[in-house]
Each structure stands twice: as C-alpha cells, then as structure tokens.
Write a protein that binds this ligand. Structure first.
Ligand SMILES: *Cc1c(COP(=O)(O)O)cnc(C)c1O
Length: 353
C-alpha cells in the first residue's frame, strides 16, 4: 500500500506466477517448463545476435520472425503479430478487442491470468462452468458478450477440444473476437490456425515457452486476419515499440526452423506424460486426459496441499491452486523420464507412509 499509487492500482489482484526457487536444487515440475532445452541452432543464433549489434535497436516490426512464423502455418507475415511472451500478446489482445464491449466469457477453470487482464482494463467477465470432469461445453457459451477466450488445450486441466467445437464457438459469436490460447497445442491437439482464412473473428495465440523450450527468452505470437493484427500493432506501438530484442528475434526464428529438434523433444514429452499418468493411476489417482506437457491429478484419499508439501520435502515442486473447484488437484509438469519416474516413486512412498 502506498499513498502514491493511482486509485486503480489498489484494486488490482495480480497474477501469481509459479515459484522459481533460488539455491537448493529441486526437481521442478511446477511451471510447465520443457526439460529438454532450446534447439542448439536457436542457441547459436542468439549468440550470433549479441555483441556490438546490441547497441542498435531491433526491428520494431519483427519482419523476419513474422515471415518465419507465418511460413510455419501457411500464412503471410501480415497475419502474424509477435510479442514479449504470449502473456504480453494476450494482454494486448484484451486491450485491443475486449475493452468497452461487454462481458468476456471464459471457463470457470482456466488460465488464471484472464480475470487479471480483465480487471486491469476494466473489462467485465462471466465465468462459464465446466462440467464435473472439467470438460468445456461450447453450447454453454451463449448470450450477449464482448468476446470469448478459450485456452485449448485448457490449463490447468490439460483437456483439448476438437476443432469442430472451436468452429462452433466462432459461429456462435461472429461479431466479437474469439481468442484461442494455444500455449500447449503442440503436445497433441489441433491448432485453430487452419481456420483463420474462414473466420474474421478468430485470433490464435501461441508461445515458444513450452514446446520450443524458450520460456526464458519471452517470445509469443498471434495469428489472425490482417485487420486483427493491425489492432494489436496499434496497442503495441502505444505501449512499447520494441518488445523483442535482437537475440529473441534471432533465437525464435531459428527455433521455429529447427523442426527436427521440435518433433523429437515434444514426442518425448508426450510419451513421458502418458507414462507418468499411467503410474499415478496405478497409485489410485484420478488423472485427466492431457494433451499438454502437464497432467492434472487428484487422489480421493489425500489432500492435494498435503501431497504438495510432502513432495516439496522430498525435493519435488508441483503446482496447486486454491480455488474451490480444483483445491484437491495438483498440476504436475512433464519433466525428463527420470524426473517423471521420481515423481511417481515419491508419490508411492508418500501414500504408503
Ligand atoms: C504458459 C502460458 C501462457 C504464457 O506463456 P508465455 O511464457 O508468456 O508465452 C499463456 N497461456 C497459458 C494457458 C499458459 O499456460
């Protein structure tokens, strides 16, 4: 609290990111980082983009990177916006498309940053209930609204909706922007990017943080028809003209071009996810079907917060959310095969004790 804060700052309830511990080494399965590291080609490109060139500002419109991103989806660069992590891109999209438009719809169990951006920009919102198994039903997303945001696959549940359902949502709300947050789409779901030519109200947002193992670089992007991209550019250029530095522009482009590294590492993550899910189910956990690099699990006989504390005492970090509907669930990121096995072994010991 400070008397110097603007009145609106007092009312903010900021997002709380997962812990990034200093010192003691943990098996870190709490923030959905990728255990395999960035493409070696991306690392080389970033090293090459440093040095004396850093005295010069980067390209404010990220032309080369946007061309590479567009190329990966069969879209031209004018269908692409790049920003400092997808959190920034999403925040800009809320400002560009949802302000002064009526309530934004999103699931009651989803990425907890959405209500934070709404509050930041004074946007009303309505949470739409998921069912008892945390499934999203598009039929429930009806009524007047100023926009819709759908995380697909959803977080922290890991559940993906088929594209036909995303299309249904786009047709249900043709006069507002439907934002599809695809932070985890590369781990087994279908991207709505293929629908962009058909729907002028679709904006797809992706990140290099998870499937490209570049959470520390901060690169995310949006795909949509040029009129939507232009809206994002207007916000960007009213906020920060240079969201991506030279190393980020070079590293992100090289990472997207290294298809082999991408395919090999995400295949490993998907295989280890399924093995870890099976291991926990054998221990009596309920595990939701995941198309992401994390699983969402609950044990009928044990309190999730207690399990988290027991795991932490054994050097393993996972994530727990306090909201009522998911208070007995843990979100566990997929690490290396050894880390996943260590998690299952530790859970077995905790349950047996
Ligand atoms: C991780 C995540 C993001 C943000 O990723 P950035 O690191 O900011 O690119 C956005 N949406 C969801 C659902 C996420 O889990």
């Amino acid at each position: 609290m400070s008397r110097f804060w603007s009145p609106a700052v007092h009312a903010l309830e900021p997002y709380v990111p997962g812990e990034q511990p200093k010192g003691q080494s943990f098996i870190k399965l709490n923030t959905n980082e990728n255990p395999y590291g960035p493409s070696p080609k991306a690392l080389a490109a970033m090293a090459g983009a440093g040095g004396d060139a850093l005295r010069l500002y980067p390209d404010p419109v990220a032309a080369d990177l946007r061309r590479v991103i567009g190329g990966a989806f069969g879209l031209s660069a004018d269908h692409v916006f790049a920003g400092n992590g997808s959190d920034e891109v999403l925040g800009h999209a809320f400002a560009a498309f949802f302000r002064d438009k009526g309530p934004v719809l999103f699931a009651d169990v989803t990425y907890s940053f959405y209500p934070v951006w709404c509050d930041l920009h004074g946007i009303p919102y309505r949470r739409v209930a998921t069912d008892a198994d945390f499934n999203i039903h598009i039929a429930d997303y009806t009524g007047e609204c100023g926009g819709v945001i759908l995380a697909n696959p959803n977080a922290p549940t890991g559940i993906a909706l088929p594209l036909i359902e995303v299309e249904r949502l786009l047709r249900q709300h043709p006069d507002v922007v439907v934002l599809v947050d695809e932070a985890y789409v590369d781990f087994g779901a279908d991207s709505a990017a293929s629908l962009i030519a058909k729907y002028d109200n679709l904006l797809v947002v992706q990140t290099l943080s998870k499937s490209r193992s570049l959470a520390g670089l901060r690169v995310g992007f949006a795909l949509g028809q040029p009129h939507l991209i232009e809206g994002l550019v207007r916000i960007k250029d009213s906020f920060n003209s240079y969201p991506l530095g030279r190393p980020a522009l070079a590293g992100a482009a090289a990472a997207l071009e290294d298809r082999a590294w991408f395919d090999e590492t995400r295949a490993r993550v998907m295989a280890d996810r399924d093995a870890m899910s099976a291991g926990l189910r054998e221990l009596g956990f309920k595990v939701l079907p995941s198309q992401t690099n994390f699983i969402f699990a609950s044990h009928p006989g044990r309190d999730a917060a207690d399990l988290l504390a027991e795991l932490r005492a054994r050097g393993i970090l996972v994530r727990h959310f306090r909201s009522e509907k998911i208070r007995n669930w843990l979100r566990i990121s997929v690490g290396t095969a050894e880390e996943c096995q260590a998690l299952v072994t530790a859970m077995g010991e905790i349950l047996a004790a």
